[in-house]
Design a protein around this ligand. Structure first.
Ligand SMILES: NC(=O)c1ccc[n+]([C@@H]2O[C@H](COP(=O)([O-])OP(=O)(O)OC[C@H]3O[C@@H](n4cnc5c(N)ncnc54)[C@H](OP(=O)(O)O)[C@@H]3O)[C@@H](O)[C@H]2O)c1
Length: 354
């Protein structure tokens, strides 16, 4: 009986996988990765339901604050932008298509009703030259940046190298944001005051728990599996967050950096996922993008976490994260490796190194 159930389940899964760009897993390792994703997804959905009442953020007016966000033209990011504008902030979106991003925000926010300001600038966060141009524009125009939200991301994309030669999940989800943060840190330091830190928020994921940094093949050149590339990039964001907070503490900067799992959210991020092939599943069980934006904005503005950097937040509270990220030496090793890749000599001095 159990064997039949297993066979039927495997056939059903295989059928669903044929509907995705990933195709049917080809080895025990790939099946295992998929099962671990399903397991974390189910645990994530239970967590989202269990802590739904804790998952909220109080918006308040902060017209003097300048926020920078990557992405933001759709999905969770769009609802983050909506909330920041409701706080009357100046919001600078780094997006691939500024004109359509402006239209997307205009579609959900009455811009005449906010004292906030919306600015859309060109950014491909997976391209270091574009990151440099975007950061340069901000640095030349603004004396300070109060919030940096590293939100843009991709999931389960087919193998692709960026113009700089990095695997696309690694470049877009992690390395481009690592560079952007380095370039904008002088402006973040300028914004922070005692009792009112400037804040950086890295949008990661619960799948960091199954991530592994493959130092021997970071770009998956020898072997590539989309699920492995995504979880590696999401663990990378947490290692980065933890070590950066250590550095900021050492220099007594009024800047804090946190990392967030937004929940399991119904967005286009799942375009390559088998979940999308199951009708109504996402609509029925996933968070809406509005709910998905709450913990990110909580990390960005909530006074209750003032001075508490280096934490992993999920559903408005602390959540479980990868054991490697609890070991300062492992965080530092990866941070230094990232600096070496990008030839950054002094992280956070704002100088473009390449
Ligand atoms: N949805 C979830 O369940 C979930 C769970 C855990 C974590 N997350 C994380 O939440 C973040 C937002 O995801 P989402 O669910 O809102 O996904 P989404 O709806 O697919 O939005 C992704 C955003 O990233 C932008 N982006 C992608 N590649 C880019 C690039 N090279 N340069 C600049 N922008 C780029 C997209 O802009 P374009 O329109 O130009 O592509 C879009 O604004 C991601 O970091 C994701 O890993 C999401």
């Amino acid at each position: 009986m159990l064997l039949w159930l297993l066979i039927i389940l495997t056939l059903l899964c295989s059928f669903i996988f044929t509907k995705t760009t990933k195709g049917i897993p080809k080895s025990w390792f790939e099946w295992k990765t998929e099962f671990r994703y399903q397991y974390l997804g189910i645990v994530g959905l239970i967590h989202d339901a269990q802590y739904a009442s804790r998952d909220r953020v109080a918006l308040y007016k902060q017209p003097d604050r300048i926020a920078v966000i990557t992405g933001g033209n759709r999905g969770i990011g769009l609802r983050i932008v909506e909330k920041l504008l409701a706080c009357d902030m100046t919001v600078i979106m780094g997006v691939r298509d500024p004109r359509s991003a402006e239209d997307a925000v205009g579609g959900i926010v009455d811009l005449s009703q906010t004292k906030g300001k919306l600015i859309c600038e060109q950014l491909d966060v997976g391209d270091m030259k574009s990151v440099r141009a975007f950061a340069q524009k901000i640095s030349q125009t603004y004396a300070k940046v109060d919030l940096l939200i590293n939100n843009a991301g991709i999931m389960f994309a087919p193998f692709k190298l960026t113009a700089d030669g990095y695997e696309s999940h690694f470049a877009i989800n992690y390395l481009g944001h690592f560079m952007l943060t380095h370039l904008l840190l002088p402006k973040l330091r300028a914004a922070g005051k005692p009792g009112r830190n400037a804040r950086i928020v890295n949008v990661s994921s619960c799948v960091n728990l199954i991530g592994r940094i493959n130092y021997k093949d970071l770009n998956g050149l020898k072997y590539y599996y989309p699920g492995t590339a995504y979880s590696q990039s999401k663990l990378a964001q947490i290692l980065f967050t933890r070590h950066l907070q250590t550095l900021l503490d050492a220099e007594k900067a009024n800047v804090q950096v946190n990392v967030v799992h937004p929940g399991i959210v119904d967005t286009d991020l799942f375009e390559h996922s088998a979940t999308t092939a199951v009708p109504f599943f996402k609509k029925l069980f996933f968070k809406t993008p509005e709910r998905g934006s709450r913990t990110v904005v909580f990390a960005a503005i909530d006074p209750s976490i003032e001075g508490q950097g280096g934490t992993y937040l999920s559903n408005g509270g602390k959540g479980p994260f990868h054991a490697d990220a609890k070991q300062p030496a492992k965080c530092e090793k990866f941070f230094e490796h990232s600096c070496a890749l990008l030839k950054i000599k002094q992280y956070g001095n704002g100088e473009y190194p390449l």
